[in-house]
Design a protein. Structure first.
Length: 290
């Protein structure tokens, strides 16, 4: 009787554990393996980006995917929302949300989620360009920087195509590319196209890419000057008003001498019978005139 009771309790515990497992907690592992991007530099200093990620779902089903570090002020294209495409051409459309910090959340209900396999993820968005005013060979330029964000795993075969106003150049200091990195420039009728390729991007490593755009072809950030308050008169330091301060010291000495004479001889002993208020007034006028 006792062994049967123990066996029954063990079976009951096993059924309870199996029955309580939630489908939303099913184990899965998703890896980003590669990335391609097309970046259009707009005149208003915004970037229009088409991003393609090569993703592999190793097991289970993909419930949620988060993408961070894609740029400030990120705005997803609502008319062409993100989607996953399998190797067989099947399309999966996630629900997409963007946090205030620009992090994109892609989520799926279980019945419509991608299963084990390889997928291409496509998304279009706009973001603010990182623009800095620079001078190249004596000419004003706007340096535009866009970065491939860092990922938890290393990426293979990363490529970025930047389309900029005609006359844009790659900064000279970036010409000596690291091993495994190459770029080529193509001048078209109205724009310059630069394509970068990188064999491997190490994990947790961002890849910033820069172009020097003609200053007149893009809106540079305004450098606001501090306004001068109305009615404000800058303080003039004593060294710039030597005559006025000399007169002030002379007037002080005169008043001290006057008081000394009054104490010894009385007011009748003064050669000039001018009141003290008059002396102070004359001194104030001299100081104001500077």
């Amino acid at each position: 009787m006792r062994p049967r009771r123990v066996t029954a309790l063990l079976l009951f515990a096993l059924v309870t554990v199996l029955g309580s497992s939630s489908p939303a907690q099913a184990w899965t592992r998703t890896v980003v393996k590669g990335a391609r991007a097309t970046v259009d530099i707009e005149r208003d200093a915004t970037l229009s980006v088409l991003l393609r990620l090569d993703v592999e779902v190793h097991a289970g089903w993909l419930q949620e995917m988060q993408l961070a570090g894609l740029g400030p002020g990120l705005d997803l294209n609502r008319y062409r929302p993100p989607y996953f495409r399998s190797e067989e051409g099947e399309i999966f459309r996630p629900e997409a949300e963007v946090d205030e910090d620009g992090t994109i959340h892609l989520s799926f209900p279980r019945r419509e989620a991608p299963r084990q396999g390889e997928y291409h993820v496509f998304m279009r968005y706009r973001t603010k360009a990182d623009v800095t005013a620079v001078h190249v060979d004596g000419e004003p330029r706007a340096r535009v920087v866009w970065s491939v964000p860092a990922w938890a795993t290393g990426l293979h075969d990363v490529s970025v195509e930047m389309r900029a106003p005609r006359g844009s150049v790659v900064p000279i200091e970036t010409h000596d590319a690291a091993p495994g990195v190459e770029f080529k420039i193509k001048q078209e009728a109205k724009r310059t196209v630069v394509e970068w390729r990188r064999i491997h991007l190490p994990r947790m490593t961002a890849w910033p890419l820069a172009l020097d755009v003609p200053a007149e072809a893009i809106a540079l950030p305004a450098t606001a000057e501090t306004p001068t308050p109305t009615g404000f008169k800058p303080l003039v330091i004593p060294e710039t008003r030597p005559i006025a301060w000399a007169l002030f010291l002379l007037a002080a000495l005169v008043l001290l001498k006057r008081r000394f004479i009054e104490a010894r001889l009385g007011r009748e002993g003064l050669l000039v019978q001018a009141p003290r208020a008059a002396v102070l007034a004359i001194t104030a006028v001299a100081l104001a005139a500077g």
